[in-house]
Write a protein that binds this ligand. Structure first.
Ligand code: AMP
Ligand code: ZN
Length: 472
C-alpha cells in the first residue's frame, strides 16, 4: 500500500486518489527569466521519479506544470536587458524545455502560461471579491487573510494579529495584515499590463496556481508539489485563495515538498559565485549521473551538491552498468534457484521501500544488495543465462522509474586493428595454437581490451581501471 508524507497532515498517510487509477498532480513551475539552475533540476527530477513510480504502479498521471511568465523579477530583468517580458520568457521557456528533455524529465500534460490565462485569473479574483475576501488599496487588490479561518494550517505560521476596524500600516501599501497578499497589482511605469475591473495591471503571484490547477485538473487536486521554500507563503496562500474562492475543502489531498539543494553545504546564490545552471551542469556531467545522484537521495532531504558527491554517484552507477553488461555475457544454463529467490526478494523489498513515501535510498540499497549477491554467483559460475535475463529485465523495469542505466547490450566500438587481432586469436584457438592465442590476448590487454571466450565465440570489453569487470 502506497503511503506519502503529506506536509499538511505532518505525517505519512495512505495514498488514495480522488478517482481510482488516476493521479492528478500539479508541480509549481519555473519563473522563466533566466536558465534553470541545479536546484530546479533537483526538484523536477525528484518529482519526475515520483510521477514515473505512479505510472510504474499502473496509475495514469495527469501532470500540470505552470510557467510563470508574468512576475516582478521578470519585469526587472526584462527592463535591465532592454527586452519585453515576452521576449525574455520565450527564450527561457524554450531553454527550460530543452534542459528538462536533456535531464529526461517526462513531459507534463499541460504547461499553462500566466500570460495566456489572465481572463480566468480575473474570474477567480472576482469570485474572491464577491465572497468578501478581497479589499482594494492604492496599488491594487489584496486578499484579507483574517477572513480565512484556516490560514497558517500548512506552514504553521500564525498570521500577525489584526486590529479590527483599524489599519495596521505594515508597509507602504497600507495592507490590513502583514501577511495579506496581492491578488492584482496596478500597473506602474514600464510595466506590462492587462485590463481588469480593478484597473490596468497584472495578477499577483499566488493566484495563477489557484486558477490553473483547478482549471486543468479539477478539485480537489490529488497532489500538489514544489520545493520546501514554497510552503510559505506561496502554498499557504494558494490554500486560502482556492478554498475561499471555490469552496472545495481540502483544495489538495496531498502536499509533497522536496528538500532544497545546496552547494558544498552553502546556499546557492549568484553573489557567492556557486550558482550552477542546468546547461553548465550538462556540459560537465552525464544526465544519467545527475539523475542517479538525485535518485539515491530521499526527495524530502536536503541535497548537497559537490564534485566529490558527483564522483561517488558516477562510480556507483558505473558499477551497476558494468554489472548489467556482465549479465549479458552469461552463456551457460546452470539454472540457479538461489538467484531466482534473490531476485524475488529484491522485487518485493524494492516496491515496499518505494511504497513507503518513495524511500529511494532504501530502494537503492535493495538493488545494491542484489548486485552483490548475484556478483558472488557470477564469480562461482552458478548463474544461468535465464537467471541473467530475468535480472536484466528487472533492471530495465526499474529504469522506467529512474532513467539512469544503460540497459542495452553494448557492442564496444574498438579499433579495426584490435578486431582483426581478436579474429586471428580465435583462428589460432581453433587450430589449438594456444600459446600464440594467449600471446595475442596479452597484446590486446595491453591495448585496454579484455577478450573472453564463450560457446558463441569471442566477446570483448574495454577495460575500465578499478573495475571488477576488467578481470573477465
Ligand atoms: P522558481 O523558478 O524559483 O519559481 O522555482 C521553481 C521550482 O524550483 C519551485 O518548486 C522551487 O521551490 C524549486 N527550487 C528553487 N530553488 C531550489 C533549490 N535550490 N533546491 C530545490 N528546489 C528549488
Ligand atoms: Zn505555484
Amino acid at each position: 500500500m502506497l503511503r506519502v508524507y503529506n506536509t499538511l497532515a505532518r505525517k505519512k498517510v495512505i495514498f488514495k486518489p480522488k478517482e481510482k487509477g488516476l493521479v492528478r498532480m500539479y508541480v509549481c513551475g519555473p519563473t522563466v527569466y533566466g536558465p534553470a539552475h541545479i536546484g530546479h533540476a533537483r526538484t523536477y527530477v525528484a518529482f519526475d521519479i515520483i510521477r514515473r513510480y505512479f505510472e510504474w504502479k499502473g496509475f495514469e498521471v495527469k501532470l500540470v506544470v505552470n510557467i510563470t511568465d508574468v512576475h516582478d523579477d521578470m519585469i526587472r530583468v526584462a527592463n535591465e536587458q532592454g527586452k519585453t517580458i515576452f521576449e525574455l520568457s520565450k527564450q527561457y521557456t524554450e531553454l527550460f524545455f530543452k534542459d528538462m528533455k536533456a535531464l529526461k524529465v517526462k513531459e507534463a500534460s499541460v504547461y499553462p502560461k500566466v500570460s495566456r490565462e489572465i481572463p480566468d485569473i480575473i474570474e477567480t479574483i472576482k469570485l474572491l471579491e464577491k465572497k468578501g475576501y478581497a479589499y482594494a488599496t492604492e496599488d491594487g487588490l489584496y486578499f484579507d487573510i483574517s477572513r480565512f479561518k484556516g490560514y497558517g494550517k500548512l506552514s504553521g505560521i500564525k498570521p500577525k494579529q489584526s486590529i479590527t476596524g483599524t489599519r495596521v500600516e505594515t508597509d507602504k501599501y497600507d495592507k490590513r495584515q502583514a501577511h495579506d497578499f496581492a491578488l492584482w497589482k496596478k500597473v506602474k511605469p514600464n510595466e506590462p499590463f492587462w485590463d481588469s475591473p480593478w484597473g490596468p495591471g497584472r495578477p499577483g503571484w499566488h493566484i495563477e496556481c489557484t486558477t490553473m490547477s483547478s482549471k486543468y485538473l479539477g478539485l480537489p487536486l490529488d497532489i500538489h508539489c514544489g520545493a520546501v521554500d514554497l510552503v510559505f507563503p506561496h502554498h499557504e496562500n494558494e490554500i486560502a485563495q482556492s478554498e475561499a474562492a471555490y469552496g472545495t475543502k481540502p483544495f489538495v489531498k496531498y502536499w509533497l515538498h522536496t528538500g532544497f539543494l545546496t552547494i558544498n553545504a552553502q546556499k546557492m546564490s549568484k553573489s557567492l559565485g556557486n550558482y550552477i545552471t542546468v546547461p553548465e551542469l550538462l556540459s560537465r556531467i552525464d544526465p544519467n549521473v545527475f539523475r542517479f545522484f538525485i535518485a539515491v537521495r530521499h526527495y524530502r532531504s536536503r541535497v548537497d551538491y559537490s564534485d566529490f558527491a558527483i564522483e561517488q554517484a558516477k562510480n556507483a552507477l558505473q558499477r551497476l552498468n558494468d554489472f548489467i553488461q556482465r549479465l549479458y555475457a552469461v552463456e551457460h544454463n546452470n539454472f540457479s534457484n538461489e538467484a531466482t529467490n534473490a531476485l524475488k526478494l529484491a522485487k518485493k523489498e524494492f516496491e515496499k521501500a518505494m511504497d513507503d513515501d518513495f524511500n529511494t535510498p532504501l530502494a537503492w540499497k535493495v538493488i545494491f544488495t542484489l548486485e552483490n549477491k548475484i556478483n558472488i554467483m557470477l564469480g562461482k559460475g552458478i548463474l544461468a543465462k535465464n537467471n541473467a535475463k530475468e535480472i536484466i529485465a528487472f533492471f530495465k523495469d526499474i529504469n522506467s522509474i529512474f532513467e539512469v542505466f544503460e540497459t542495452d547490450k553494448k557492442t564496444e566500438d574498438i579499433p579495426q586493428e584490435c578486431l582483426e587481432m581478436i579474429m586471428q586469436r580465435e583462428k589460432l584457438r581453433k587450430e589449438k595454437r594456444f600459446e600464440e592465442a594467449d600471446d595475442l590476448r596479452a597484446k590486446l590487454a595491453a591495448k585496454g581490451i579484455a577478450v573472453f571466450d564463450t560457446p558463441q565465440g569471442p566477446q570483448w570489453k574495454k577495460i575500465t581501471t578499478n573495475s571488477k569487470d576488467s578481470k573477465v
